[in-house]
Write a new protein. Structure first.
Length: 262
């Protein structure tokens, strides 16, 4: 690939920093799935489920119950769990009943999901939740049935409701212009996914959250491609290409004066 501009080089160098942990997590997400308590799975406007992985990529999330080893045989005979792609009534109820720990989030494209049965564990073909299918019909295809729904095609489609939107109250140096009104929510979950630790200097700011921000790797706030976001402390953020203006903000000076005491 020929790099013709400095910001392209900056992007390429930063993407090399994706570590082995992120790679392993992505692989697991696309195969067996990752355990979740649903606090790292959220819905964008319209209800579609998304999650943020360690490389900063925003992915559509398929949520399903994996461990049914304690189910009674008659329940299993009546059918395996169904998977979810929207914040449907079933998930809302699970959150309300504090039963969130039962799920995995996955990005597997063949409709097969890792299921722990009483005597064995294996990939099983699951069907989409009926409530989720109703939401899909509203947003994508009114004629699709449970049998004809194609999870692979769904995952290839863009996340419908991340459209250009920004409010004047938001900080234009840290909030991308191409995100929806859900950006604050997305940014918060992204920071949560790394426990408010800077991905550059590894400073733990979990008790000083106002000093950590979500950054575009290539400094282009309109470029929201997957893998183009990372979490940085305000000092590391100011060192990124085309972000030196952050050093002139009161928040930056406040952080510099007290960071050694954190």
């Amino acid at each position: 690939m020929r790099i013709t501009e400095f910001n392209e080089l900056w992007t390429a160098v930063n993407r090399l920093k994706i570590d082995r942990v992120a790679y392993t997590e992505i692989k697991e997400f696309e195969e067996k799935g990752l355990d979740t308590k649903l606090d790292d799975v959220f819905d964008v406007y319209g209800g579609e489920l998304v999650t943020i992985l360690s490389d900063g990529s925003i992915r559509k999330a398929i949520v399903h119950i994996s461990d049914i080893s304690n189910w009674k045989p008659q329940y299993i005979q009546n059918g395996l769990p169904k998977y979810h792609i929207f914040e449907c009534q079933t998930l809302i109820q699970m959150r309300a009943n504090n039963r969130k720990h039962r799920y995995k989030k996955a990005g597997r494209t063949d409709g097969k999901f890792w299921i722990v049965l009483p005597k064995e564990s294996e990939y099983k073909k699951l069907k989409i939740c009926g409530n989720c299918l109703s939401e899909y019909r509203k947003n994508y295809d009114a004629k699709v049935s449970q049998e004809s729904f194609n999870i692979s095609e769904y995952l290839k489609q863009k996340i419908n409701h991340l459209q250009p939107y920004i409010t004047q109250e938001e900080d234009m140096t840290t909030v991308p212009r191409a995100y929806s009104s859900d950006w604050s929510k997305i940014s918060t979950f992204m920071k949560t996914s790394v426990n408010y630790v800077c991905q550059e200097c590894y400073k733990d700011l979990s008790n000083h959250r106002k000093y950590i921000q979500t950054h575009h790797i290539d400094a282009d706030r309109s470029n929201n491609n997957q893998g183009n976001l990372k979490v940085l402390c305000i000092e590391c953020h100011s060192k990124e290409y085309n972000h030196s203006h952050i050093k002139n903000t009161p928040l930056y000076q406040e952080y510099i004066n007290m960071k050694d005491g954190i």
